[in-house]
Ligand binder design. Structure first.
Ligand code: ZN
Ligand code: FE
Length: 259
């Protein structure tokens, strides 16, 4: 299990550093900006950046790649998308990777973008997932390139992972996401309790991540598109009955866009 460090970038991005404390190596996830990574490395000169992991092509996730590569000689892993500069190892669904003694599996999760991938470590007691802009704490990414069906299928795929999977996403959107979740399910006690916790954390400027899949299944409306309360809320929003699953997902995703 690596040690995870969250570096803040831009308004609300996190660049996750995965520290291999045995070999003093660092992997950086979605470094949209090189500066916070360079600063961290300068304060921890015993560590070397040897890998960058990318989840999708958006600039706030890739903008620091070439600078970091030039500064450190690190290798860059990412989606099989020639529009992303600097990738040494293009990854496809199902690829198995080795990172600091851990085995990672690449999962294609199109929807937010068509090239979006996630990285899953199936550790027997402490599984973890790098979910990028696909699965957020309390929410999910907007549909910039993919369809609602694709995104719903991608989220359903992530929902099959172990319940105790720790989820590291790349934006601090949790508070706004849970306010929306509460509008969808006003009677959901898990959402109410979580919202209080997250309000406290955010009023103190604290990070709300990682989350776990178990918590997301109880509080994230985008993983709850089969639940009668969510289907009913979507039907009310649409002004006509909608079916559980992808259709409910499509309605609540559109609702969130203007919430
Ligand atoms: Zn994005
Ligand atoms: Fe992003």
């Amino acid at each position: 299990m690596p040690t995870f460090i969250a570096l803040r970038a831009f308004q609300d991005n996190y660049i996750w550093l995965l520290l291999d404390e045995t070999n003093l190596q660092v992997a950086a996830v979605d470094p949209g900006d090189a500066k916070p990574v360079i600063t961290w490395l300068s304060r921890h000169p015993e560590y070397q950046l040897n890998t960058i992991l990318l989840t999708h092509h958006h600039r706030d996730h890739t903008g620091g790649v070439l600078t970091l590569k030039a500064a450190t000689g690190c290798k860059v892993w990412g989606p099989d998308n020639s529009a992303i500069q600097g990738i040494d190892r293009p990854l496809l669904d199902g690829y198995q990777l080795h990172l600091g003694g851990q085995q990672l599996e690449v999962l294609a999760v199109p929807g937010h973008t068509l090239d979006h991938i996630a990285y899953f470590c199936n550790h027997p007691t402490e599984p973890w997932l790098l979910s990028g802009d696909t699965l957020f704490a309390g929410g999910c990414g907007r549909l910039f390139e993919g369809s609602a069906e694709q995104m719903h299928a991608s989220l359903q795929r992530l929902a099959q992972l172990p319940d105790d999977t720790s989820i590291y996403c790349t934006h601090e959107y949790t508070l706004a996401n849970l306010r929306f979740a509460q509008a969808v399910e006003p009677d959901n006690a898990d959402i109410r309790v979580r919202l209080e916790v997250v309000e406290d954390l955010r009023s103190g400027g604290q990070i709300t991540l990682p989350t776990t899949l178990a918590l997301e299944k109880r509080t994230n409306p985008f993983l709850r598109c089969e639940h009668p309360a969510v289907v009913a809320a979507a039907s009310q929003q649409a002004g006509a009955p909608v079916t559980p699953g992808a259709e409910t997902f499509q309605v609540i995703r559109g609702w969130k866009d203007t919430f």
